[in-house]
Design a protein around this ligand. Sequence first.
Ligand code: A3P
Length: 285
Amino acid sequence: SEMYMLYGGILLPRETHSSESLEFAQGFSFKDDDVLLVTYPKSGTVWMQEILPLVLNGGDLTSILTIPNWDRVPWLQGKRFAVIVDQLTSPRALVTHFPYNFMPPSLHTSKAKVIYVMRNPKDVMVSSYYFHQMAAFVEDPGTFDEFMDKFLEGRVLFGKWTDHLKSWKQSKLGDRIMYITYEEMFKDLPEGLRNISDFLGRNLSEETIQKITEHCSFNSMKANNMSNFSLLPKTLMDFDKSPFLRKGVAGDWKKHFSSEQLARFTSVIRKELEGESFSLPWSLD
Ligand code: A3P
């Protein structure tokens, strides 16, 4: 399609990627104190882009209130990366939607840490469906049922959800990678923040944890122009169709899936994950 390019077997939007930016990402040197946020699209990326700098800087809101999220925690493979990354002060937080096998060699040789945020794939699909309606640089989703087939077959940006998860689960990064779910952050954000802070070797006071919790709530983020994408022109994201920060809950799929769709979705995901050594943190049905 005109909007997408194929790279290593997966689809990427041309709006945010170029052959130059992909090459730059391939040659990028991670530093030991870098933190890489990894997500499959619509799993809570922007939420963690809000959280990470605050955990790293001990709750200083300055950058969060003055720099848009895409420059605060920049996209490894994105067009702006080469320019932005040099302006960041260490420890740097970076983000990618790439599967593990697309990582530059320096991720392995450095001591950089990785935080992998995963979300119930049914809610990922619902969130993605609305995103495809409002974002002008991605294809129209078609009907919900059509989009489900595309999602399950991996004919979507960044490929199959299951392939993404498998690649990072098999990454052998040992204690350099932390897995956290959208659902556990939704249920108890302070506890999520404590876990993230422990993983990153930070020692945050309860007061700071509370401050970050308040700032990173769905409503605070929705009101923060640096985080809610309202700085983008309507020609790129049309909030009249759907806001980027749309619902921010766990389990919205229940309002969207028919019982037939649920059975189809569950059986495909089960089959894709057959024989894997990890299990999913949510029940599929
Ligand atoms: P919904 O469409 O289900 O509302 P990503 O950033 O990976 O594209 O994911 C976007 C999803 O994360 C959206 O889900 C969005 O509302 C949700 N989200 C963003 N910030 C959040 C927050 N502070 N609390 C809960 N959900 C949040």
